[in-house]
Design a binder for this molecule. Structure first.
Ligand SMILES: Nc1ncnc2c1ncn2[C@@H]1O[C@H](COP(=O)(O)OP(=O)(O)O)[C@@H](O)[C@H]1O
Ligand SMILES: [Mg+2]
Length: 306
């Protein structure tokens, strides 16, 4: 099977319409789970902003509240307090312009539908006309390197291929914002590299806003323009790290870059500190301090390299 990156570039003109990203703002978000047992404060106080068309990765210890954050952002679950804003509108339920790719892609695809039907379903629900639906399904399956298995069923595909179907389904929807929660956790390392490049290629071409949650520090740095490092639960942002690696990334070259190594050490130290319960940079004991020569992005403007 060919790498998903090559079909992407050959079909660039087909899926060239840039949907354009939307701004996503999280303000003083707090989430407490209150079921039958003791209430669990998953998110204490999160505030950050993602600019239109930005690709931001979120890392943090296991149980830090990453999935909780994503589910709140996707409008799948109400916040306890605080504000979530997409463009100019408050998020109160699943927003029109948003698509989500979850870790458990196996469960998110319908086994009785073909690959093409799975990709088409949300387009029907969105009210896209039949001919445009057919076109979008064909284009996006080609873009993820699955043009030849459109008629197959998900269970006939490998895990990596199923995940590509989930990505194609999200992209075909032409979202302004794509949220992904550890989408590649269950695929092998080689496929993972290909899928990472696929996400960056699609992101660059469509100009969409992407929030990518991962526990893999290298993946966060390789993919992101920024990495939000979360504390342990109840969650706050420990640091908003700007990734000054440029727009063109290459699995071998970028990962061999001295800046990549420095960022990885820094973020690794932050996550270790987070695991120990550190909740602010002032409390953190870092032997490799923050990036030199790169100003963090955040709400104040794009990352600037001096
Ligand atoms: N439905 C729920 N009810 C109660 N507690 C929950 C629920 N979902 C998650 N939690 C708790 O909230 C915390 C954050 O979980 P989660 O967002 O899944 O973290 P992460 O994705 O970073 O691993 C954990 O302590 C988890 O046990
Ligand atoms: Mg999770």
């Amino acid at each position: 099977m060919s790498s998903p990156t090559s079909p992407v570039s050959t079909t660039a003109d087909d899926v060239a319409d840039r949907t354009g990203g939307a701004r996503l703002a999280v303000r003083s978000l707090r989430k407490v789970y209150s079921g039958r047992g003791e209430p669990v404060e998953a998110i204490a106080d999160l505030t950050f902003e993602i600019r239109p068309g930005e690709l931001v990765c979120v890392v943090g210890p296991s149980g830090a509240g990453k999935t909780t954050l994503l589910r709140c952002m996707a409008g799948l679950m109400p916040a306890t307090s605080g504000e979530l804003v997409l463009g100019e509108s408050a998020i109160t339920g699943p927003p029109q312009g948003m698509a989500v790719v979850l870790q458990e892609y196996g469960r998110s695809l319908f086994p009785w539908m073909t690959v093409a039907q799975n990709v088409e379903l949300p387009l029907k629900e969105k009210g896209v006309g039949r001919s445009r639906r057919t076109e979008l399904v064909r284009e996006t399956l080609a873009a993820v390197g699955l043009g030849d298995v459109a008629g197959s069923y998900p269970w006939q595909l490998s895990g990596g291929m199923q995940q590509r179907v989930a990505i194609a389904r999200a992209v075909a929807y032409e979202p302004q914002v794509l949220l992904m929660d550890e989408p590649f956790a269950a695929v092998d390392a080689q496929t993972r590299f290909e899928l990472e490049d696929l996400v960056r290629t699609l992101w660059k071409r469509l100009g969409i806003t992407v929030v990518f949650v991962t526990h893999d520090i290298d993946e966060a740095i390789y993919l992101g323009e920024r990495v939000l490092v979360l504390s342990a639960r109840p969650t706050v942002v420990l640091e908003d790290v700007a990734v000054g690696l440029g727009a063109e990334r290459d699995q071998l070259e970028t990962r061999g870059d001295a800046e990549f190594a420095r960022l990885r050490t820094h973020v690794y130290e932050l996550v270790q500190q987070a695991k120990k319960g550190v909740r602010s940079l002032a409390e953190a004991h870092l032997t490799h301090p923050a990036a030199v020569g790169v100003e963090p992005g955040g709400a104040s403007g794009p990352p600037r390299v001096r």
